[in-house]
Design a protein around this ligand. Structure first.
Ligand SMILES: [Zn+2]
Length: 261
């Protein structure tokens, strides 16, 4: 059984402290990991993931600036460094990008979030790169901005969605992908997304190295938690786990349509 992790901070310092990447990758590969999208939150982990993809064929690099890191205006220098990174990769995803008014309370930062988000959306639109989106407490605003770009519905992934129902419906109508998170193993309301999104529009993610509390056990997010997440998905979707895994791998290839294998 093959699987993927569509959103993991595999190049983040804290992740690399938890997981010795070479032996860990070997373990995940043996479990069936075919692809992991290594998303970034700023320039340094973006550079790191572009470097790491050279050593691991499973890694699809994701570059971008997370709304938590969008604290000031983007300089031309920073923008050109990101553009240069895209030239070093055959396959690339733009993310993690988006808006966050829930965890970020300083309103003076919101315009920087919007400008940063728009810079990366333009880059993605122009080059037909898939986008990996974070929206928290600003789902409506995010939906409006996303709707003003010409993306193929296949190229938009909403990660760990937990916002208002009406925006969820709008995203479903637009045909976006939703990545399902291991929080469904611990009775999180996120399970509603899994129940209502069609099987053809879901992917799996760990958001590593986020900590989960599953059956009173602390588990650090990594690709290693995906097989258990797939089992839960198969129960909810009333399919065999093999069938679910097969469908989700096909979904990933639609989301990242440049994959060669
Ligand atoms: Zn994330």
């Amino acid at each position: 059984m093959k699987f993927h992790d569509a959103h993991c901070h595999i190049s983040r310092k804290s992740f690399l402290k938890e997981f010795d990447i070479s032996p860990s990758m070997e373990v995940w590969r043996k479990m069936g990991l075919e692809y992991v999208i290594g998303v970034s939150t700023k320039l340094s982990d973006s550079k790191k993931i572009v470097e790491m993809q050279r050593s691991y064929k499973e890694i699809i690099p994701g570059i971008g600036i997370h709304p938590w890191s969008a604290k000031k205006p983007l300089t031309e220098e920073i923008k050109s460094q990101f553009v240069n990174l895209t030239k070093l990769c055959e396959v690339i995803v733009i993310g993690e990008i988006g808006l966050d008014h829930h965890f970020i309370k300083k309103e003076e930062r919101y315009p920087h979030q919007v400008d940063t988000f728009k810079f990366f959306l333009e880059l993605a639109e122009k080059n037909k790169y898939p986008v990996n989106i974070h929206l928290k407490g600003a789902e409506k605003e995010g939906a409006e901005i996303l709707g003003s770009y010409k993306f193929s519905s296949n190229n938009v992934l909403i990660h760990w969605y937990s916002g208002p129902e009406e925006v969820f419906r709008k995203f479903l109508d637009r045909g976006y992908f939703f990545s399902i998170n291991p929080s469904i193993l611990s009775g999180s309301p996120h399970i509603q997304i899994l129940k209502e999104a069609p099987y053809e529009r879901i992917l799996t993610e760990s958001d590593g190295d986020v900590n989960y509390n599953i059956n009173s056990k602390k588990i650090i997010g990594s690709p290693g938690i995906i097989p258990e997440t797939l089992k839960k998905i198969s129960i909810i979707k009333k399919e065999t786990v093999e069938e679910v895994a097969f469908q989700l791998q096909a979904n990933l290839r639609k989301y990242v349509n440049k994959l060669q294998r």
